[in-house]
Design a protein around this ligand. Sequence first.
Ligand SMILES: [Zn+2]
Length: 360
Amino acid sequence: MTRAYPFRALAALLLLSLAGLASGAELGQLPADGTAYRNAPVALPFDIAALKANWRKRIQAIKAKGILPIIDIESSFNTMKLDLRSLSRSMDDEGIALVAYSSNSDGRKWSDGAARVVSADPWRYMPTTNAGIYPAWTEAPLEFLEATKQHALADGYPLLGEFEFRHYPSPRQFRRGETNRDVHIPINGPLGHDLFSFAEKTGIPFQIHYEIEDTLLPALEEMLRRYPKAKLIWCHLAQIRYASRSTIYGPDYVRRLIETYPNLYFDVAFGGPDSVYPGSREHHARIWDRAKGGILKEWSDLISHYPWRFLAAMDLGGDRQDQVLEHAQRLRMFLSYLPENAREIVAYKAAWKLLFGEDL
Ligand SMILES: [Zn+2]
């Protein structure tokens, strides 16, 4: 059964309001062509101060047009297949100020993909280390993590990409039968300790993909207790693939985590209200109020109370890097339901503060 959600009308309105946003000098030059990153000279370590000056201008330029800027804290790309000019242009069209750009490592222990992209377009992308995904992270995790740590420090990455500890295949991977994305690496095993302790020592934030299930929660909490200074972004707030496996997690549980662990953050990359996980045939983005429209009050109250702990994210992936429009509109729809006090913080201010320790 299909229903007309009020979300759709809202998305259309938002689209209209964005139509006036055209590419201009203050938004930063567009890269010369789609493959400009391939031969871009990589200048390392990153000159973060110079990049931040560009990024601030871009955020201001979007605000000046009356549009809420967005920092996408979590997206990963297959850089070899990237059309950079098209991605940059769609960011401008949708008011996406910055994307934390994490590159697939193409099966190698390290790839300079993000550095090349930042070099080709120093206005739109925040360099983020390679995504911790199949095959590099799952087949040769020690080498991958070692290379990540080395480059994070030597090159000056402000953020570590998403490490998959427990990951079910995404809906698209599930339909394609890609079982290699069914990942289970114990978060409290040697790799987890190595990563958490590195993050704690260096202060560089990192991201995890960790399915929400009762049996997985104690190990994560063990790590949070052991490494209280590690800045962790737990991606995909309230994305539960199988309800029967998750009876503990909810707004009260997340509130307790937030109040107990001062360096724990959540990103809000999840599907729309109609999105169904094919493995369970359930609506896995549990934040939406599917009966009344909008988002559930308990979640909205929690985010309103602790807005600095929640980060906007589009979760573009290697197989959907051309879907900026769809993902940006869904994210804006979600943001539009947040209480006024939280909206700007979640959209971009919390990310800036987490990465750079500054208020925007
Ligand atoms: Zn993820």
